[in-house]
Design a protein around this ligand. Sequence first.
Ligand code: SF4
Ligand code: SF4
Ligand SMILES: [Zn+2]
Length: 136
Amino acid sequence: MNNSSIAPCGVICDICLGFQRNKNTCVGCNKNGNKPYHCTVCSIKTCVEKNGNENLLCYECVKFPCRRIKDLDKRYIAKYGESPIQNLSQIKEIGLNSFFENEKLKWKCLNCGHLLCVHNDVCLNCSHINHYFPTT
Ligand code: SF4
Ligand code: SF4
Ligand SMILES: [Zn+2]
């Protein structure tokens, strides 16, 4: 993880399925290159409120948290047990470097030490359970 590893919405690229998979691997939200079509037209990344600065993190926007971010947050909490809004609030509070240090520890697979995938119920490296993934 580094400073370009966070999407404007607060989701960490390193733990995204598209970024972790071996085939058709995504370059990450903030880089140009291979990525799923829906990510190239992401309404949060291309939001007009950013005035052309696509990498602006949404917490830096006067409209934060807007309806779009709130909807994403609700979806992510329900499906994956992860809150992009909480991520952005933490970055604002403690800065990107400390945030990433915490997240690297948080997302370590308890069995193999590989980073877990937020979109998967088991570690993509060793199939050990992702203990953050909602069970219902
Ligand atoms: S798949 Fe989409 S959300 Fe995931 S890292 Fe790539 S661009 Fe970002
Ligand atoms: S918080 Fe909402 S309005 Fe502001 S840049 Fe992000 S998506 Fe756009
Ligand atoms: Zn593992």
